[in-house]
Design a protein around this ligand. Structure first.
Ligand SMILES: [Zn+2]
Ligand SMILES: [Zn+2]
Length: 438
């Protein structure tokens, strides 16, 4: 299904710039992702006074120079174009005037951007509506922020399934339908990823994409859910697939036994609805954080650490954080360690010859299932809030097991952040090469 995907930070900018008693307008520039069939709203350009010939409560006429300028930019930047106007009086549908105006512009737009697609959009009461330019054929709009909204396809199957009765009582049939329609990526199927898989399968998530190159080792049996002594030597994604199918035989499972920083993994993740980041690798987390903003696919980062000093437990902490437009990325949350990233990217020879390498990568860190499960549970609750509208507001939490405190952090992105800031990578899609990707 073709979709237009837009970050809430973009919608907020449109709402703030276009407030008026009469209709106002803007051009939206979109990047197309062929894998997912999604158009990502990459940039906006507000029509100023000189760009509008006339405007009333029910009509707007753009100046030819505005239409010339925006079509030139779309053509030159090889982007697709949406012409947006507001309906200040609350009319949520396209009007007959809209039909007539677009009809008069179809040929012009086709000639000006022969290789691009064009859309018409209205902004009414903070909501966006879209259709192919000059037609009645509507396109659904997916909004990505701390709350994600998109129309869940209706499907009569297991609507009356008693299995989910207690959940439907909590977040309604719509919420349950959303879960069944979701495609969720889990990167890392170890101590946290396996617990996430178990919970998401019980919740009724319909499609799983599992990414992990590792096999189960004897030392994983203490915490990787779904493992048994016979699992040693088997791939972690196979163990997780069996766990999902045991819990919910109707779930779809796709597996990928390689690094997440590959073109194949990128393609798999592009058409997903969200990502659970259950990997310890700082390079993978940096990559996924950037990916989440660049492709408008929200992600949930989960991290746990048990620190020892002189062989005694010194700190037991966990963190979980949602990544989406309007929320900070891992870079401006200071959740990435540049030194660790540099070390992870080194070859064994480089490590050998580097005087600053502290050798931390080789030391096995302690890991305990109860702490892992605590953090995954917080992340999955956050995920439910984002997708089903459950009124849980936290989007960034830390846990201190020694004191028992869960802290909630304020979630303001750094406006100058090169990833999630105004000039960052939000919705850049394929127009930009992802860092770390070969
Ligand atoms: Zn209109
Ligand atoms: Zn950031």
């Amino acid at each position: 299904m073709t979709e237009i995907v837009v970050g809430v930070s973009t919608i907020t900018a449109l709402i703030n710039s276009l407030q008026a008693d009469t209709e106002r307008g803007a051009a939206l520039y979109l990047c197309y992702d062929a894998v997912s069939n999604r158009y990502l709203v990459h940039d906006i350009e507000i029509a100023n006074e000189a760009d509008v010939l006339s405007a009333s409560e029910i009509e707007i006429t753009f100046a030819p120079q505005f239409l010339t300028r925006i079509t030139r930019r779309a053509r030159e930047q090889k982007q697709h174009l949406a012409l947006l106007h507001t309906h200040p009086k609350g009319a949520t549908e396209f009007s007959l005037i809209d039909d007539a105006t677009e009809f008069g512009l179809v040929e012009f737009i086709k000639k000006r951007i022969p290789d691009g697609d064009a859309f018409s959009m209205i902004l009414c009461d903070g909501k966006l509506k879209a259709r192919w330019f000059g037609t009645q054929e509507s396109i659904s709009v997916r909004q990505i922020g701390s709350i994600i909204t998109f129309p869940a396809t209706r499907n009569s199957e297991d609507e009356n399934n008693e299995r989910y009765d207690r959940q439907v009582r909590a977040f309604g049939e719509h919420g349950q339908r959303v879960l069944r329609n979701l495609s969720v990526v889990i990167v890392g199927l170890g101590g946290t990823g396996s617990v996430a898989v178990q919970q998401l399968a019980h919740l009724g998530v319909g499609t799983f994409i599992l990414i992990d190159p590792d096999t189960v080792e004897e030392t994983n049996l203490n915490r990787v859910v779904g493992t048994q002594p016979e699992s040693v030597g088997k791939s972690k994604i196979d163990v997780a697939s069996i766990l999902i199918r045991t819990i919910n035989p109707s779930a779809q499972v796709h597996i990928y036994a390689d690094s997440v920083i590959t073109e194949s993994a990128r393609r798999l993740m592009c058409s997903a609805d969200c990502i659970f980041m259950c990997t310890d690798s700082h390079v993978s987390r940096a990559f996924l954080s950037e990916f989440a903003f660049q492709y408008l696919i929200p992600a949930f980062d989960i991290g746990v650490s048990i620190t020892l000093r002189d062989n005694h437990v010194y700190a037991v902490t966990g963190r979980t954080q949602m990544l989406a437009p309007g929320l900070p990325c891992l870079l401006c949350s200071n959740a990435l360690d540049a030194r660790v990233i540099r070390e992870e990217l080194m070859t064994p020879e480089q490590r050998e010859s580097d005087p600053y390498f502290n050798g931390g990568g080789g030391v096995n860190q302690p890991a305990v299932i109860s702490i892992n499960s605590t953090m995954v549970s917080l992340a999955v609750t956050m995920f439910l809030a984002a997708f089903t509208g459950t009124p849980v507001r936290a989007r960034w939490q830390s846990y201190d097991a020694l004191t028992g405190n869960v802290r909630v952090f304020a979630t303001k992105p750094d406006p100058d952040c090169p990833i999630c800031g105004a000039n960052g990578v939000i919705a850049a899609g394929d127009s930009r090469h992802l860092s770390f990707l070969e």
